[in-house]
Design a protein around this ligand. Structure first.
Ligand code: GAL
Length: 355
């Protein structure tokens, strides 16, 4: 063998060795990663846990696009309504459906913006924080959302109302207005045990938080419309636990996270008492980077709630992430702790340790 042939063979066998080593390393890392992922997935590849802040894919493998949203439970199905965002721009309201809260099917646009330039929801308007409730009397699904008119920034401060015969829409846009003449930006809806529904909204440049009882058809506010408190709060998420009403809100710092607060009242019209910051542990002082949008009562579990927030990404709003976290209780006072990953069964434990 010549010197050259020898060194070529040595080079070949060395590089083969390196290649093999790299392949072994790759396969072992890959299978480690895969088995970590398998822990939170069922054998069919479906999700079996929540991973707050991670990209959440729907059944077709696309990231869920439903920001500032809220959920409705009907016909043994959860429906998730939220803002469709495309690189910052508002594109309407999406709806997804799920049986288990982990796995979601995209049902399409529940409410689309329209080409008609005379419509309040013409393309270019801003639709935020949509919420849908079901009216037992009219058998209609009623959507309320925060609407800003095209080209007017955030100055219109209106509530929009749309209606549908089906939970997945399409919803028909009815009207937009300032409830009882009041500015209306961040908002939520709440249906009480007696079937009455309420609109909770930030008003007077977000300095006031107000609540209005809705008409029986849920399509309009009544004049029973009152101030909850003037503390410059927004992103209201209201829920009822053991005959008390709880309201989580954020401060007003645009897309940037801030400190949440919790208020409690025995009646929706107050008086509302400040409890404190319901977030606990590392990251709590900035709501773990998120902003409240909804608190979901979990079906089939007594006193079990999921706190939902948006971790906004203003440069690419579509990629804003969802923070869903379990609501825990201590001496019957709700609080929320960060979890990298959790399951609905954790809520049972939360209730058992409510002492
Ligand atoms: C936030 C509000 C969001 C959106 C944003 C626009 O304060 O909660 O829904 O309106 O401002 O900057």
């Amino acid at each position: 063998m010549t010197q050259m042939a020898f060194s070529m063979r040595r080079k070949f066998s060395l590089s083969t060795y390196y290649l093999l080593a790299a392949a072994v390393l790759f396969v072992s890392c890959h299978s480690q990663k895969e088995s970590a992922e398998m822990n939170s997935k069922t054998l069919s590849g479906a999700n079996a846990s929540f991973k707050p802040g991670e990209v959440w894919l729907e059944d077709n493998g696309q990231p869920i696009n439903a920001h500032g949203g809220g959920l409705l439970f009907r016909n043994k199905t959860y429906y998730w309504y939220g803002e469709v965002r495309g690189k910052g721009a508002s594109r309407g309201v999406n709806v997804y459906s799920s049986k288990d809260l982990y796995n979601w099917k995209h049902e399409g646009l529940a409410l689309a913006q329209v080409q008609d330039t005379t419509s309040d929801i013409t393309v270019g308007c801003i639709m935020e924080r949509p919420k849908v409730i079901y009216n037992e009397k009219t058998k209609k699904y009623v959507m309320w959302f925060h609407l800003e008119l095209k080209g007017k920034g955030y100055s219109a401060a209106r509530a929009g109302v749309a209606v549908s015969d089906n939970p997945t829409g399409p919803f028909i846009f009815l009207k937009s207005f300032r409830p009882n003449g009041n500015m209306s930006r961040d908002m939520g809806l709440f249906v009480d045990d007696d079937g009455k529904a309420y609109h909770i909204y930030s008003s007077r440049e977000n300095y006031d938080l107000r609540i209005a009882l809705l008409t029986d058809d849920f399509l309009s506010p009544t004049t029973k419309d009152s101030l909850l408190f003037s503390k410059h709060r927004e992103a209201p998420a209201l829920f009822k636990y053991k005959n008390n009403y709880y309201l989580i809100t954020s401060g007003c710092t645009g897309w940037d996270p801030n400190k949440a607060s919790l208020h409690v009242a025995a009646s929706l019209f107050g008086p509302w008492q400040y409890v404190g910051d319901p977030m606990v542990g590392p990251g709590a002082e900035l709501t773990f980077g998120g902003q409240s949008t909804f608190v979901l009562p979990v079906q089939g579990k007594k006193d079990a709630f999921v706190f939902m927030a948006d971790k906004w990404k203003p440069k690419d709003l579509a990629d804003s992430r969802y923070l869903w976290l379990p609501v825990s209780f201590k001496n019957d006072v709700p609080f929320i702790e960060w979890k990298d990953e959790w399951k609905l069964s954790d809520l049972d434990h939360n209730l058992q340790t409510n002492k």
